[in-house]
Write a protein that binds this ligand. Structure first.
Ligand SMILES: CC(C)(COP(=O)(O)OP(=O)(O)OC[C@H]1O[C@@H](n2cnc3c(N)ncnc32)[C@H](O)[C@@H]1OP(=O)(O)O)[C@@H](O)C(=O)NCCC(=O)NCCS
Length: 325
């Protein structure tokens, strides 16, 4: 069957809540109580910065999955994901399509493996699906899940390396490692925020013009950083959508006498609304009319590469994927 996968939109929230509530009410797959509030459900699946995709089957949103790091910082190279398919669409291959898409997206983002921490052992459909996608059961946590009808049952930890999947594109380096400076890595994340007129948000600062974004703080991952920085710099709330790519900018900070290896992750984003914050004093948001206009204004080569890559990738984002069963 053919399933179209796309990033979640704000307008999907009602459907997601309906599916979430139906799935958790069954009490056979997720730890959430039946009475879990919509706010809690949205915090879990729709918080800006969480990567969530939805499948459209016959024009209807029939489920969703989210992809995040399994652990923070030193554990963030292993991914974790959560899936829900509309019970009325179960058994049509949608779970399989989500699983396949999730594996591809995780690999593209540079994760080394995907780990599920809590697969209910008695949920035969889920276990069979993950095994078919080559996940191994690492361990059974005894009686960890209070099943609605079966009592306390085991939960599986399931794991799959991603190293057999096609490698993500190699990272391009911009700039030179000038001598006389010490060089420190600075993982960073930037958003390519486009409005309805396809204009691109840029931030003009005394140091140059950049995409909204900055250094990834401890406990953050790229999408979270992009959301936070865009709020701080542009007073815009965004929802991150597609992963655009990574580039390395070698940047010298003359004031600090320091070289920075800016390993920058670029993500596309939609605007959710204006944020009720004052943008930073010396940061002015400007809107580039086109990719060419943005490229003329941007200071760093990696950012220029990213907006061009964004334009190129937009034409080929695999929104429609046919998964053979
Ligand atoms: C698990 C879930 C995502 C599967 O989605 P789905 O769209 O129904 O899955 P698919 O139609 O792709 O089929 C999954 C596979 O399980 C098989 N299957 C179906 N019912 C089964 C059962 N009772 N026992 C064993 N295998 C079963 C299907 O035949 C299919 O395998 P196949 O492709 O080799 O034929 C969905 O049931 C769901 O959302 N469950 C509730 C939430 C959940 O458990 N999420 C996952 C948490 S780890």
């Amino acid at each position: 069957m053919s399933v179209k996968l796309r990033p979640v939109r704000s307008a999907d929230a009602d459907t997601i809540w309906r599916i979430f509530h139906q799935v958790v009410a069954a009490g056979d797959s997720y730890v959430f109580a039946t009475a879990t509030s919509r706010a809690d459900a949205e915090q879990y699946f729709l918080m800006p910065g969480i990567t969530t995709f939805v499948p459209e089957a016959d024009g209807e949103v029939a489920g969703f999955y989210k992809l995040i790091p399994n652990r923070r910082d030193r554990g963030a190279h292993v991914a974790n994901a959560s899936f829900m398919v509309d019970p009325t669409s179960a058994g049509r291959g949608i779970g399989y399509a989500l699983g396949r898409h999730c594996l591809e997206q995780a690999r593209l983002r540079g994760y080394l493996a995907l780990q599920f921490n809590f697969v209910v052992s008695t949920h035969a459909r889920a276990v069979a699906l993950w095994q078919r996608l080559r996940f191994a059961i690492l361990a059974a946590v005894p009686r960890a899940f209070r099943h609605a009808t079966l009592g306390d049952v085991d939960a599986f930890v399931m794991y799959r390396s991603l190293e057999d999947l096609p490698s993500p594109p190699a990272m391009t380096t911009f700039g030179e490692r000038a001598s006389g400076y010490s060089w420190v890595p600075r993982p960073s994340a930037y958003a390519i925020v486009s409005d309805e007129g396809d204009r691109i948000a840029l931030v003009s600062t005394p140091r140059g013009t950049f995409l909204p974004g900055g250094g990834i703080d401890p406990g953050e991952w790229a999408e979270i950083t992009a959301v936070r920085e865009t709020r701080e710099e542009c007073a815009l709330d965004i929802r991150t959508t597609w992963f655009v790519g990574r580039a390395l900018d070698l940047v010298v900070d003359e004031e600090e006498g320091q070289g920075f290896e800016k390993v920058s992750t670029f993500v596309a984003a939609d605007i959710v609304g204006r944020a009720a914050v004052e943008p930073q004093m010396d940061h002015v948001t400007i809107w580039a009319a086109s990719v060419e206009d943005a490229a003329r204004r941007l200071t760093r080569q990696g950012h220029i590469w990213a907006v061009k890559e964004w334009q190129r990738a937009r034409a080929s984002w695999p929104e429609t994927t046919t998964f053979e069963r």
